[in-house]
Ligand binder design. Structure first.
Ligand SMILES: NC(=O)c1ccc[n+]([C@@H]2O[C@H](COP(=O)([O-])OP(=O)(O)OC[C@H]3O[C@@H](n4cnc5c(N)ncnc54)[C@H](O)[C@@H]3O)[C@@H](O)[C@H]2O)c1
Length: 339
């Protein structure tokens, strides 16, 4: 199935997206609005995103509230969504080290409540945003394949992402809920405002745009699998409509490995930054030297085929930050993110 055929399955459908104002969610909303859904409902508490990140559109309903709030959940599930895409999360590793209980509440209990309401309302599909950067641990064989997960994880975020998978499997096995787990790797793209707890790409880009040195943790030889958000959105939409995906967990990534130092070099080249980069000690919990996903399973089951060239993707992030500079500065407050 090509991407257009996949998208056409969402015509006339009601789609609930929790955490839909974030990086992945806002791009997913825009893609879905390019067809004719009956309605898209975003439930987001804006704890890590901003309303300006979503378009204004008659088919888009934005409800401000938490996935922990039963009243809000009743409100959004009462509409009987065809698809539930659960992206809301307390994000990510360092944030969970600093706030482990909030992480458990949002990523554990929040998901559990979404699954309970889904069981009552019986949507066609429930997609859970899992994390391939989490469940394989720090010492898995490269490339990471779906068959094995680690029971020795480094942060509460990683633990709760694994817990989320266990809950999804439980609801699928015991109640027949049609769940699918996407194990995303380092997702980047327009729509992510840099910040203390945010991913390396928007943070590097923003610092470079201000001629600040880029803090490269460790030797810089550490690698990550950076996945462009449009490719992830395409994978999510496929998970919603391809029957063979139900009950499965699949990596969604680029299937390529990039060192953090070469990322820093590219960001400096794109922005023309005079700040260069500096070496910083690794964070205690960060024991992952290499990350590379196998995307064979997603290719086979979903027809997933990530397309974005890395440098092109980085230029898109740069352009988005330039275009939205005022909103970003206002959202970041007095420090303007220049920690
Ligand atoms: N971006 C990545 O690299 C990556 C990698 C692996 C997995 N994931 C997962 O994918 C999902 C989406 O990621 P993202 O990059 O868009 O993150 P994001 O932080 O940009 O989006 C998450 C959204 O959830 C909202 N949210 C937080 N707590 C909430 C709550 N209690 N109730 C309702 N909304 C709440 C935030 O305000 C934000 O808009 C998350 O579940 C994340 O853990 C992301």
């Amino acid at each position: 199935m090509d991407s257009g055929q996949v998208l056409s399955h969402y015509n006339d459908k009601k789609i609930l997206i929790t955490g839909g104002a974030g990086c992945i969610g806002s791009n997913l909303v825009r893609t879905l609005l390019s067809v004719d859904p009956a309605k898209i409902t975003v439930l987001d508490d804006f704890s890590a995103s901003f309303p300006w990140n979503l378009p204004k559109h008659p088919l888009l309903q934005v409800i401000e509230g938490s996935v922990l709030d039963e009243q809000k959940l009743k409100q959004v599930f009462y509409e009987n969504p065809d698809f539930v895409i659960h992206l809301a999360a307390h994000f990510a590793n360092q944030n969970s080290i600093d706030h482990p209980e909030t992480d458990l509440m949002v990523n554990g209990l929040g998901l559990l409540r979404v699954l309970e309401y889904s069981r009552l309302m019986e949507p066609k599909r429930v997609i859970f945003a899992g994390s391939g950067c989490s469940v394989y641990g720090s010492h898995a064989e490269i490339p990471f394949k779906e068959g094995t997960v680690s029971l020795t994880l480094d942060t509460p975020y990683q633990i709760h992402k694994l817990l989320g998978e266990l809950y999804c499997n439980h609801y699928h096995e015991i109640f027949g809920l049609p769940t699918v787990i996407g194990r995303f790797f380092n997702v980047y793209g327009p729509g992510e405002v840099p910040g203390q707890y945010r991913n390396v790409i928007p943070v590097f880009m923003w610092l470079a745009m201000h001629d600040r040195p880029l803090p490269v943790m460790g030797k810089g030889e550490e690698t990550r699998d950076f996945a462009y958000v449009d490719d992830i959105v395409d994978g999510i939409l496929r998970m919603g409509v391809i029957d063979g995906a139900v009950g499965e967990a699949m990596n969604l990534a680029s299937g390529t490995e990039t060192s953090v130092r070469s990322l820093a070099d590219l960001v400096i080249e794109i922005t023309g930054s005079k700040g260069g980069w500096i070496q910083k000690p690794k964070r205690d919990w960060d024991r992952s030297n290499r990350r590379l996903a196998s995307i064979e399973k997603a290719k086979r089951i979903l027809g997933y085929n990530p397309k974005k060239d890395f440098k092109e993707g980085l230029v898109t992030v740069y352009n988005w930050l330039e275009t939205n500079r005022e909103n970003v500065v206002e959202s970041l407050g007095p420090s303007a993110g220049l920690w």
